[in-house]
Design a binder for this molecule. Structure first.
Ligand SMILES: [Zn+2]
Length: 270
């Protein structure tokens, strides 16, 4: 059987990054954040390949999805760039042929107070999936669950790792920095984290962790907004007040529906 892995990549949770000046494209220190991102990503790819994977697909979900240096990728890696929207029948390239999902460079959800905590847009106050408050880690893991794909490895700050383990207890993890507050933490050397990520990646291919796909039947996704013009535009366009409930057949479908609404709201705000 071919071994395929899906990587969802983000930047706020990579080695050494503690500020949006480092994480946001256009930020004054973004060159540093991007260098750390590629260091973590290349360590992950190298480790997966040492374990013997056939194929790796990356969906770059940070900002506009244009953070990967394609010229550094080996031939068995493809990258989905530019943030093409998820659709009910297209989960950012994920399907049932993948052996596992890996989250690289993730962070805790909005309002944890931990390092660079947020949930996708800063306008999102909370995402509640069938009664469980989730962030990006939970949404991506549940979307993979739709397709029977388990979250097998996460690299993040310590709060992101904890959030993933609360949802998927057996997931393998690398904590690249210890969160102390929203803009500060104890950062490990990039040489050390590269070694840790590489070793963890090889290990999950050789001995997959006993993590189950996180499957949500009859999903109901509640999106709760912070006050502001985005929330107001949602209210105006979709006749809601501060939150919206989305019910579709799958979590992928719910998220695709939210994404459609988001694009419509953002377009209307221009
Ligand atoms: Zn993020």
């Amino acid at each position: 059987m071919t071994k395929k892995y899906m990587i969802r990549s983000d930047i706020e949770g990579v080695t050494g990054v503690v500020s949006y000046e480092q994480a946001a494209p256009g930020g004054s220190e973004f060159a540093f954040g991007k260098r750390m991102f590629m260091s973590d990503l290349m360590a992950l790819i190298e480790g997966l390949n040492q374990g013997g994977v056939d194929e790796i697909v990356i969906y770059d979900e940070h900002f506009d999805g244009r953070n990967i240096d394609i010229d550094m990728l080996p031939q068995n890696v493809t990258a989905i760039c530019g943030k093409p929207p998820y659709k009910a029948d297209w989960a950012g390239g994920l399907d049932e042929t993948f052996s596992g999902l890996i989250l690289l460079g993730f962070h805790s959800k909005q309002n944890t107070g931990e390092l660079l905590h947020h949930s996708y847009e800063p306008d999102i106050k909370d995402l509640v999936l069938n009664g469980i408050s989730v962030g990006e880690i939970g949404i991506e893991t549940a979307i993979a669950g739709d397709w029977g794909v388990p979250l097998q490895l996460i690299t993040a700050d310590s709060a992101g790792v904890k959030e993933a383990k609360d949802l998927v207890p057996n997931v393998a993890s690398v904590s690249v920095k210890q969160s102390l507050c929203a803009n500060g933490g104890v950062c490990l050397s990039a040489q050390l984290t590269a070694k840790m990520i590489q070793e963890a990646a090889t290990e999950i291919v050789k001995n997959p962790p006993a993590s189950e796909p996180w499957k949500i039947a009859n999903p109901e996704l509640k999106v709760v907004f912070n006050s502001g013009s985005y929330r107001d535009k949602f209210g105006e366009l979709f006749n809601c007040d501060g939150e919206i409930l989305i019910c579709e057949d799958t979590v992928t479908g719910c998220w695709a529906e939210y994404w459609k609404m988001k694009l419509k709201a953002q377009e209307a705000m221009k």
